[in-house]
Design a protein around this ligand. Structure first.
Ligand SMILES: *Cc1c(COP(=O)(O)O)cnc(C)c1O
Length: 371
């Protein structure tokens, strides 16, 4: 699904030099390399504050911790996402409200959120799934009407941008009150280990988030908040600082691959290609098709496997189907339930060539011609 070795080979001198610099400096925790990366990402995203942390899950947890929510307060997030988004809500003893998704974009459906809102709802976490932003005009107006905080989970969408109805274009993760991202190796900006970051334009929140990520300390041995130990490693920061320069190229390459898949697969009636949302650019962390007849998905997976093609189901089940997240009513969950049975993600990455896209698309079409 990814080619991290191929990607490394193209920039190995720069990366090796960056790593070696950190090792020689022995500045392993915080220090100049983390500062430098934080500054680069701040400039790239045109946001006021970037606070690096240990991973994308921590980024979400720390963001929620900064909001002073009380036990029993409700936080909304999509039912179709990676587990982290939901996990942190439960970990903080908050009540999770799972929201159904739009069947075309796979992103949170604000009409469903409107049905589930209560006077206890305090925050909403839109996830910009697979690299494309959720409908942030809807999210922002819904949040404004109901006095909610907005935390954008941009783990899969770093570098995507969104044009609001008022004409303003902003980067994913800089539109709500807080944005989070992940540098897990398979994300579009991947570290060589774990990493994450939190973005905000709110100086009070930035200060608090910075404290919370460092044991809640406002200065040395002065703990103003309940915090956690969540730092970005200096080695990862140095690597990310090299790779950030290439992020736009990586994203553009993925987009070209996706455009090519689209062209080759649009005529295949048995599947649907990803639906683009006009307000957002798409950085294609995943290229996810829908197999219209869900009974064919498993055999398609096996057929492609026999041709040397790996695929992956993101995500096989709704969040609500896992034990810690069970909910009483399955009302308003139709799209999530249906889509989990139909989605299939095809290989897409910064090193993929058009020959491979052709090969994969051919095999998909030949599978259905036989069926
Ligand atoms: C990857 C991911 C995360 C978590 O990131 P980690 O760095 O692995 O903790 C959170 N949310 C979404 C949507 C993700 O894809």
């Amino acid at each position: 699904m990814v080619d991290l070795k191929g990607q490394y080979k193209k920039i190995n001198n720069e990366i090796d030099e960056a790593i070696s610099k950190v090792v020689k400096s022995t500045n392993f925790i915080n220090g100049p390399y983390v500062e430098e990366f934080s500054k680069s990402l701040t400039d790239y995203l045109k946001v006021d504050f970037v606070i690096p942390c240990a991973n994308g899950t921590d980024a979400l947890q720390i963001s929620l911790m900064a909001l002073d929510l009380k036990k029993g307060d409700e936080v909304m997030c999509p039912n179709f996402t990676f587990i982290s988004t939901a996990e942190v809500i439960k970990l903080l003893n908050l009540k999770i409200v799972l929201v159904d998704i739009d069947k075309d974009t796979f992103n949170l459906d604000i009409n469903c959120a409107r049905k589930l809102i209560s006077e206890k709802t305090r925050a909403i976490i839109p996830v910009h799934l697979f690299g494309q932003c959720a409908n942030m005009d809807d999210v922002l107006s819904f949040a404004k009407d109901n006095n909610l905080y907005v935390i954008e989970d941009s783990a899969q969408s770093l570098g995507a941008s969104y044009t609001l109805k008022n004409g303003k274009t902003l980067f994913s993760g800089t539109i709500g009150d807080i944005g989070t991202t992940s540098f897990y190796p398979s994300k579009n900006l991947g570290a060589y280990g774990d990493g994450g970051a939190i973005m905000t334009n709110n100086s009070d929140l930035a200060r608090k988030i910075k404290c919370i990520s460092n044991h809640g300390s406002i200065s040395s041995y002065n703990y103003e908040y309940l915090g956690v130990n969540s730092r970005l490693d200096a080695l990862q920061a140095a690597i990310l600082n090299v790779k950030l320069k290439y992020l736009d190229n990586y994203n553009l390459h993925r987009l070209n691959i996706a455009n090519c898949y689209d062209k080759l697969l649009v005529s295949c009636d048995e599947i649907s290609i990803p639906v683009r949302f006009k307000q957002s650019t798409h950085i294609f962390n995943q290229y996810t098709i829908k197999v219209k007849n869900k009974l064919h998905r498993d055999s398609l997976i096996n057929f492609l496997k026999s041709k040397g093609i790996s695929t992956k189901i993101y995500y096989p089940k709704p969040i609500h189907s896992y034990f810690p997240y069970r909910i009483k009513s399955l009302k308003f969950m139709e799209n999530t339930i249906d889509i989990c049975q139909k989605v299939l993600s095809l290989p897409i990455h910064s090193e993929m060539d058009l020959k491979t896209v052709n090969y994969i698309s051919d095999k998909i079409k030949s599978f259905f011609n036989k069926n």
